[in-house]
Design a protein around this ligand. Structure first.
Ligand SMILES: O=C(O)CCC(=O)C(=O)O
Length: 300
């Protein structure tokens, strides 16, 4: 398999120009079945829970006898199925075409955005959470369901990856979201990222993006793999990685390096730390001026 079999030069150009691109048919029907079955098992493990865990982030309307999961945390790190899918040859071929041969998985999550109640994600840039020494860093959205205009698709602002890093603070503390009235972005220019299950979206780490609540009758499960060029080091420090061995363990292609490549980019650190930690959903709950409705009682 060559790179050209998976992604065209035009798609690579589109990624660099607009900051995102969708590539179809990365994962097969069999891959999808395995990932969905694993997910069902993880969701069932939320039965009986009264609070979030290290792995499961619960919807506000969750009840112990009616489990509702908002996010699976760190699936690549915690589950062999998602670890092996993160090294899928077709996925790696696209990643190499976009950000080079030496690649590291620096994080992962599955946002469930279930039919009728799946929570919104306020506008933000991933860069505001985890700035690196260079911005050859992106998020892959593995579509576990068809992502359509009406089931809470990812929304991206084209070209915003070339602009500033916006303020994600409120009253002097990081909240992980932009105040829609205080940032100079045309949010009406947002493009819904759609595609068939098995397709993947790739969005640049500085891209302004978000998504509304899923009020449709169709699930929108999206696994996000956060991938960085191996020479992009998280500037929040080695503590994020833990140790050199951990860093090497997250390599998915090519060679690790202890010589970070530094490129000048607009950086605003996510400090002081948010009052609510655990997931982006938790930190964003404190945002006073929300753009997306999060009233689950309306949706149900
Ligand atoms: O699931 C979504 O629609 C957006 C997810 C996202 O941007 C995030 O979790 O950082």
């Amino acid at each position: 398999m060559t790179t050209q079999d998976v992604i065209t030069e035009e798609q690579v150009r589109a990624y660099h120009e607009h900051g995102f691109v969708v590539v179809e048919d990365i994962f097969s029907t069999e891959d999808l079945a395995l990932m969905r079955q694993t997910l069902d098992e993880l969701i069932e493990s939320a039965r009986g829970l009264t609070d979030h865990t290290e792995i499961l982030d619960l919807e506000p309307s969750h009840a112990p006898d009616a489990p509702k999961v908002r996010r699976i945390k760190s699936p690549f790190e915690n589950h062999p199925v998602y670890r092996s899918m993160g090294k899928h040859p077709k996925l790696l071929a696209v990643l190499r075409a976009l950000i080079g041969n030496d690649l590291r998985m620096h994080g992962s999550k599955i946002n469930l955005k279930s039919a009728k109640f799946g929570s919104p994600v306020e506008w933000h840039q991933d860069w505001a959470f985890y700035p690196h020494t260079n911005d050859d860093v992106l998020a892959v959205g593995v579509m576990l369901d068809d992502m359509t205009e009406d089931n809470g698709p990812l929304l991206c602002i084209p070209g915003s990856h070339k602009g500033p890093t916006f303020d994600h603070h409120q009253d002097g503390r990081f909240v992980g979201a932009m105040d829609p009235d205080k940032c100079d972005v045309n949010l009406n220019s947002a493009v819904p990222i759609t595609g068939k299950a098995g397709s993947c979206s790739f969005h640049h780490v500085r891209m302004v993006h978000g998504s509304g609540m899923n009020t449709s009758g169709k699930d929108r499960r999206l696994m996000l793999y956060q991938v960085a060029a191996a020479d992009a080091w998280d500037i929040r420090g080695m503590g994020r990685v833990g140790s050199w061995d951990n860093y090497v363990d997250t390599m998915i292609s090519g060679e690790p390096t202890n010589e970070p490549r530094t490129v000048s980019t607009p950086i605003r650190l996510p400090f002081p730390e948010p009052e609510k930690v655990g997931s982006i959903y938790e930190s964003q709950t404190l945002l006073k001026n929300k753009y997306f409705s999060d009233d689950q009682s309306v949706a149900e």
